[in-house]
Design a protein around this ligand. Structure first.
Ligand code: 5GP
Ligand code: MG
Length: 229
């Protein structure tokens, strides 16, 4: 009996444009870009078809900063590095929600050694400002004693969240603690935090997209956008 659940490969016929093809065509042709601009202006739901240079979230406008392609390439490099560094160590990834969900999802696909994944939820931001106070909303619920822990974070800004995280984790007596952060704002660091795997160093401006939000919105964007001044 044939396996009903096996997925058939997606065929790309000359008449069928895959989303990635549409994007590259959008990028290459000024006419299609212009068309895309009006299309997207009239139909905000359709913005996934083109890389938009600017997006509007609530009252703020954001400008394209790091593209999906750049993000994916860098994550592949970091993922493979972690794969090599932790081979035979049975690591556990501790994903910091909500911001790191997209980064963690793509990063972990690049790590093909046996590993576990757990989640923690912290909060320090209100709107576009860090409150400096870190609240633990969902705590650690997996035994970490003698485990090699890799924290997966979206962005290290002042470093206060990660400093608190370190103290919190140390109480669980892990064998080691490492940190993978997609983004770091080195000029904004107020405490000493060692980032073992950095995706991109960026400036101090507020950013959204690829998991990062502005008042809960923008997490689903494939690219990273910076607040337009
Ligand atoms: P820190 O404690 O290092 O100042 O801030 C850490 C947390 O603040 C990050 O995990 C992230 O959730 C949030 N954060 C810091 N900078 C930004 C930013 O530019 N945009 C967004 N959306 N969140 C940020
Ligand atoms: Mg975070």
């Amino acid at each position: 009996m044939p396996d009903q659940l096996s997925a058939a490969p997606i065929q790309q016929t000359p008449n069928t444009l895959m989303p990635s093809t549409i994007v590259s065509k959008c990028q290459n042709s000024p006419h299609v870009r212009l068309l895309g601009y009006f299309f997207v202006t009239l139909h905000p739901q359709s913005k996934k078809l083109c890389h938009m240079d600017t997006i509007k979230i609530k009252d703020l406008t954001f400008q394209l900063s790091i593209t999906e392609q750049q993000i994916q390439q860098r994550i592949q490099e970091i993922g493979r590095q972690i794969h090599r560094d932790f081979a035979g160590k049975d690591p556990i990834f501790l994903v910091v929600l909500n911001g790191a969900f997209m980064f963690a999802s793509d990063l972990l696909k690049e790590v093909e050694i046996p590993c576990q994944v757990s989640f923690i939820r912290l909060s320090s931001y209100v709107g576009t400002q860090s409150t400096g106070e870190v609240k633990e909303i969902m705590g650690i619920n997996t035994p970490l004693e003698q485990r090699h822990v890799i924290i997966v974070e979206d962005i290290v800004d002042t470093g206060v969240t990660m400093k608190n995280m370190w103290a919190l984790l140390s109480d669980h007596k892990p064998a080691s603690i490492h940190l993978a952060s997609l983004l770091v704002k080195p000029k904004n660091l107020k405490v000493n935090v060692n980032v073992d795997y950095t995706g991109f160093n960026i400036g101090n401006d507020f950013i959204v997209g690829y998991g990062l939000d502005y008042d809960g919105y923008g997490r689903n964007e494939r690219n990273i956008y910076v607040l337009k001044s």
